[in-house]
Design a protein around this ligand. Structure first.
Ligand code: KIV
Length: 300
């Protein structure tokens, strides 16, 4: 993976973080070895990717949560490869340093190993991503091996895997019984052995996530999995308070962008209705002499 960053994309950022290097999968591994927390957020568009990158995020995930928080679907199942690639390209244009990970959508990797490798490759060739993520444990081992074998880094995802929402019976925590915890623990070891460079643990008991994190050499990234993971990820629209439908218990809201949007839109509406917008400072002017010539010509 290249560690050089095109000069044109770094100009604005260099003043903020002159020493920053491009984050690679080995940089994430080194962070785990140094016990430095890894930071990851989702992004689906250019301005968000730019802001996250400038803030210093280690990794940006173009998650298939896109389907719910941006496209308004009830769950992530309808999301297509074309939708993921469209948003991946926008994110890739905004981010310079963060490791970029594209989420393989439902049915893009479950049908055959061949289609999984092809779709993973599209994220790199057409989407500007540097790695892919997929959901599932032991049943994905061959797929992970094949994608990694094609030279594409793979992030695994265990616990609450939203693409299996119908099988799980809803968006609910996983690994809370001894047997399901054991299965998750074994799956984590199998995914590491298959070549995953990192593993998302979603909505699982904190002590289970901590144990898994200590047993694996690859970094774990938790979401609703406690402080014992090697890093943390949140869905950006949850963190910003932009997703109005529901907020999972494990989310910390750092802003109320939905409320702020409502305020701004209401003010605009009131300004237009009161004819107080646009003001002279928002309008284009014309020379008096040009105006007089024009009036003379149209006979007003
Ligand atoms: O799709 C997504 O945003 C994710 C994160 C919740 C990890 O998979």
């Amino acid at each position: 993976m290249s560690t050089t960053v095109p000069a044109i994309r770094t100009a604005a950022i260099d003043s903020v973080a002159p020493q920053r290097k491009k984050i690679t999968i080995s940089a994430l591994r080194q962070k785990k070895e140094r016990a430095e927390p890894i930071t990851m957020l989702t992004a689906y568009d250019y301005p968000t990717a730019l802001a996250e990158d400038q803030a210093g995020m280690d990794a940006i995930l173009v998650g298939d949560s896109l389907g719910m928080v941006v496209l308004g679907y009830q769950n992530t199942l309808p999301v297509t490869m074309e939708e993921m690639l469209h948003h991946s390209r926008a994110v890739a244009r905004g981010a310079t340093y963060a490791l970029l990970i594209g989420d393989l959508p439902f049915m893009s990797y479950q049908v055959s190993t061949e289609s999984a490798v092809r779709n993973a490759g599209r994220f790199l060739q057409e989407g500007g991503m540097e790695a892919v993520k997929l959901e599932g444990g032991r049943e994905r081992v061959d797929t992970v091996r094949a994608i990694v074998g094609a030279g594409i880094p793979v992030m695994g995802h265990l616990g609450l895997t939203p693409q299996s929402v119908n099988q799980l019976g809803g968006f609910r925590p996983q690994g809370r019984t001894a047997s399901s915890a054991k299965r998750l623990y074994e799956d984590a070891l199998l995914l590491e052995d298959a070549g995953c460079f990192s593993l998302v643990l979603e909505s699982v008991p904190a002590r289970l996530a901590q144990l898994v994190s200590t047993k694996l050499s690859i970094p774990t990234i938790g979401i609703g999995a406690g402080i014992g993971c090697d890093g943390q990820v949140l869905v950006t629209h949850d963190l910003l308070g932009l997703f109005d439908r529901f907020t999972p218990k494990f989310v910390k809201k750092y802003a109320d962008f939905h409320g702020e949007m409502h305020r701004a839109f209401t003010e605009f509406l009131q300004d237009v209705q009161a004819r107080s917008f646009p003001g002279p400072q928002h309008s284009v002017e014309m020379d008096d002499s040009e105006w007089q010539t024009f009036i003379g010509e149209v006979g007003e």
